[in-house]
Design a protein around this ligand. Sequence first.
Ligand code: AMP
Length: 253
Amino acid sequence: MNIVSKIDAWQAIRKACAGKTIGFVPTMGHLHAGHLSLCERSRRENEITVVSIFVNPTQFNQASDFDLYPRTLEQDTAILASQQVDYLLLPDAESLYPDHYQIQLTETEMSRELEGEYRPGHFNGMLTVVLKLLNLVQPARAYFGEKDYQQLLLVKKMAAALFLPVDIVPCETIRAEDGLALSSRNSRLNTEQRQKAAHFPQLLQSHQPVEHIAEQLKALGFKVDYIVEKWQRRLGAVWLDDVRLIDNISIHK
Ligand code: AMP
């Protein structure tokens, strides 16, 4: 696996890859089996797989969340090398934002509800960095998890609106045995919180009205941002103390 930190070095490599199909998996690191399922799919469907790790400051609406975001680069690099990923991109913030954060992409509808309501600015930051990365990597396909369902819809919407020549490929959520969706933030849960966290997907999957689910989560000690049904999904966001969890399931009938 080639590790590329400099953008101009990557651009030279990208030129040399002309004519090959590239699959791209953008991540923020602290990799788990969810990320790896995206990498595996990319390897199956493309000649070259590129993964990026970049903890994007502009999509964190809370400085503490950015500071506490787990960073495990050495471990991540070893995992990706064992997965036969071809390139790992590790851009730094200064190089990725030569505009000093002055150019930003804005979506004015979907980005303002649910996650966007509780995390103002999050989706504009996410869309901006994804657009930069897609422009650099120029993949045939880019892989996004259904775990972050609203993000997936917004990336698809951006790709369509800006005529980006890329297929946005949705990948199903990978879960722990007790149902908790894998997430880099799960490592911030202590043992007791981790046990309690399993109630979240279990209740989300139960055949009850969303109001009942929210009430039961509150009774268990969760703080509930929202539990709603939309886009043929049931989506939720909750807190266990200072750790925020999101999840969603299909309710397609
Ligand atoms: P992140 O590193 O959290 O930004 O995630 C990078 C990509 O991995 C995003 O497309 C996520 O939706 C996806 N992802 C994260 N967790 C999971 C999971 N449990 N199952 C499938 N995909 C996931």
